[in-house]
Design a protein around this ligand. Structure first.
Ligand code: COA
Length: 370
């Protein structure tokens, strides 16, 4: 018995920005971006919010539209849990999960957000599965906890709001979108067979975004009033120091953008991906030979190539969606998963691995039987 993945949906914003457009913004070229990353274009949310994208993806996954891949139509009242993975929420309060719960009328759902950067969907799925395993009422009766039979797990981002459009090292990489999955506790299916999530310290500050809230503060440290309330105080400066961006911010770089040392992240990502795949296989006592395909985080096609080589598998063993999405952080894995269903590459009974890595550092994998 297990948590079966039974519904999938995705949504992207209307605006498509091709590499050629970025050539007019920064000193880059379509040729550089394609050969170094595999990215040709990305979607950028101008009129859509993160919640709009998530709502559209969720409606597909719940079978409320014909746009997704759902084993049946799920009623709003059947959803007991919403886990929303994002690092670019429209709101801090209510949570994005709470906002979605209201929009979709999921009156019985517990709802909360998860920040695990690009590994967010893998973390969210693992959390949902763990809660379902602990809380699903069985034939032996209730568990004494909130009963959770069905969960909606979302990965959604408006990452381009965190993008520094003047920095060619990062702005060519990111895009916006949302993906969603419905999990259902099923005593007749194996569903999720194993998971592995892990953190490592990002000692070298390879990936960070320091700012979160920026209400101007009227007080000095001694309690006297400032003449002009200021956005940046000693505490914020301390964080910037800790993340190693104080000098850049001091030199006028925006605070609320992603800072990244690409080659350092590349090195971490390539190792973390193969490690997570091997760990989840060994936890479930399954060989990679028994797996139909891997749905990896879409950060850079070259990272996937590296993993393919390490795992001794051809590139077509991996779902590749990056060419027209870029890196959409927590949305990347569920969007690629949806593409894999659309391409007809996942059949009932197939064993599938979802794998991701990201800021924090975080990484992890989920193995499930379709
Ligand atoms: N266009 C043209 N040239 C660029 C460029 C761009 N958009 N971005 C960087 N360059 C230049 C660099 O300035 C550097 O020039 P230099 O040699 O004169 O200094 C050169 O290209 C090589 O840069 P480097 O950073 O070594 O390239 P790379 O092969 O490592 O590729 C990334 C850079 C960012 C694509 C790659 O490191 C990467 O994908 N890292 C992981 C990113 C990631 O996964 N992040 C999210 C994690 S969830």
């Amino acid at each position: 018995m297990g948590s079966a993945l039974v519904g999938f949906g995705k949504a992207v914003p209307a605006l498509v920005v091709a590499n050629e457009t970025l050539e007019t913004l920064v000193d880059t070229s379509d040729e550089w971006i394609v050969t170094r990353t595999g990215i040709q274009s990305r979607h950028v949310a101008i009129e859509e919010t993160n919640a709009d994208l998530a709502e559209a993806a969720a409606r597909d996954a719940l079978g409320w539209t014909n746009g997704g891949f759902s084993e049946r139509r799920f009623d709003a009242s059947e959803i007991d849990l919403v886990v929303f993975a994002t690092i670019t929420p429209d709101t801090v309060c209510p949570s994005m999960a709470g906002l979605l719960r209201r929009r979709l009328g999921l009156e019985n759902a517990i709802a909360f957000d998860v920040n695990a950067a690009c590994t967010g969907f893998v973390y969210g799925t693992t959390i949902a599965e763990s809660m379902m395993a602990a809380c699903a009422p069985t034939s032996a009766g209730a568990t004494g906890r909130n009963p959770i039979r069905r969960a909606l797990v979302i990965g959604a981002e408006r990452l381009t709001r965190l993008t520094n459009w003047a920095d060619r090292n990062t702005c060519v990489l990111f895009g916006d979108g949302a993906g969603a999955a419905v999990l259902e506790w099923d005593e007749t299916r194996p569903g999720i067979m194993g998971s592995f999530i892990v953190n490592q310290d990002d000692f070298a500050n390879a990936l960070s975004s320091p700012a979160a809230y920026d209400a101007p503060q009227p007080f000095n440290a001694d309690g006297t009033l400032k003449e002009v309330p200021a956005l940046l105080g000693a505490a914020e400066q301390g964080i910037d120091d800790e993340l190693g961006v104080a000098e850049l911010v001091g030199a006028g770089r925006p605070r609320q953008v992603l800072y990244m040392d690409g080659p350092k992240v590349f090195k971490f990502a390539a190792e973390a991906m193969t490690e997570a795949v091997n760990q989840v296989l060994s936890r479930a006592n399954i060989s990679l030979d028994d797996v139909a395909c891997i749905i990896p985080h879409q950060a850079n096609e070259r990272i996937i190539k590296y993993a393919a080589k390490k795992l001794n598998r051809p590139m077509d063993f991996f779902q590749l969606s990056i060419a027209h999405t870029g890196n959409t952080s927590a949305a990347s894995v569920p969007m690629a998963l949806c593409d894999a269903y659309a391409n007809g590459r996942i059949n009932r009974g197939d064993k599938i691995i979802l794998v991701a890595f990201g800021g924090g550092f975080t990484s992890g994998a989920v193995l499930y039987e379709a």
